[in-house]
Design a protein around this ligand. Structure first.
Ligand code: GLN
Length: 243
């Protein structure tokens, strides 16, 4: 029996799961086990209640425009609890479509403006709605490497998106692009960080290739849930090098 128990909400996991992002859950479970923790996963989909207090971690994956539209219609029912979860400093990972839907809005390839949860400041356009015509007029697909400012860590992944995301004043990028396109192909940013919410366009999935990020999320969840426990051993956990 594991010493610590964490509950993870897989938001819309049966709709936004196109790019193998469930691998992020496997990575979290793998590293959690090495930290003496087990993770119980619960799928929360449309027409199901999400209560921030019931969970210690959350994953909001990526998907195609049609599924994003379906999810966006359900978001108003969950937006308040999503904001509560984020503002409570609980770790959340949002990938691609999930990243876009946490923001203010997403304008899809047909020019349809899809409202987001409004939990974060960013907004997303597609290439035809771009503010400038300087960026590549194609989908952003390919290998990407970014550098996270706080830790100096390099994160590696594979991006595949049509949306161009622009960060708001309260967000900072997950990293600065070293190779690849990133949020919008213009400002060298990739992804977003707000409190302990991490957003990215990385598939791969991001946590299997960048275990340090999984460790950061798990430590935060453990410290919040078990404030008197000593996690120095967990902090010292060596993560396999990324590739
Ligand atoms: N439909 C969105 C886009 O292409 C999100 C894609 C994704 O989740 N990979 O920008």
């Amino acid at each position: 029996m594991a010493q610590y128990h964490l509950r993870l909400a897989h938001l819309y996991g049966n709709l936004l799961n196109t790019y193998g992002d469930e691998g992020n859950i496997l990575a979290l479970k793998y590293y959690a086990q090495q930290m003496g923790a087990e993770i119980e996963v619960q799928l929360i989909s449309i027409e199901e209640d999400f209560h921030a207090d019931d969970f210690d971690l959350a994953l909001f994956g990526g998907g195609q425009d049609y599924e994003q539209l379906v999810v966006s219609k359900d978001l108003p029912h969950k937006a308040a609890e999503l904001k509560k979860f984020i503002e409570a400093d609980k770790p959340l990972l949002a990938i691609c479509g999930g990243y876009q839907l946490l923001g203010q809005y997403y304008v899809d390839a047909n020019g349809q403006k899809i409202p987001g949860a409004g939990a974060l400041d960013h907004y997303t356009l597609t290439q035809s709605q771009q503010r400038t015509d300087s960026a590549n007029a194609t989908r952003f697909i390919g290998d990407i490497t970014i550098k996270n400012k706080e830790t100096g860590q390099l994160y590696h992944g594979f991006e595949n998106h049509n949306g161009r995301t622009f960060l708001g004043p309260k967000e900072r990028p997950l990293g600065i692009v070293q190779e690849g396109h990133g949020n919008n192909g213009e400002d060298q940013t990739e992804g977003a960080i707000y409190k302990h919410t991490y957003c990215s366009y990385f598939h791969g999935p991001i946590l299997t290739r960048n275990g340090e990020l999984a460790k950061r999320m798990l430590l935060q969840a453990l410290e919040l849930k078990y404030p008197t426990a000593d996690f120095s051993q967990q902090k010292a956990l060596k993560i396999a090098p990324t590739f």
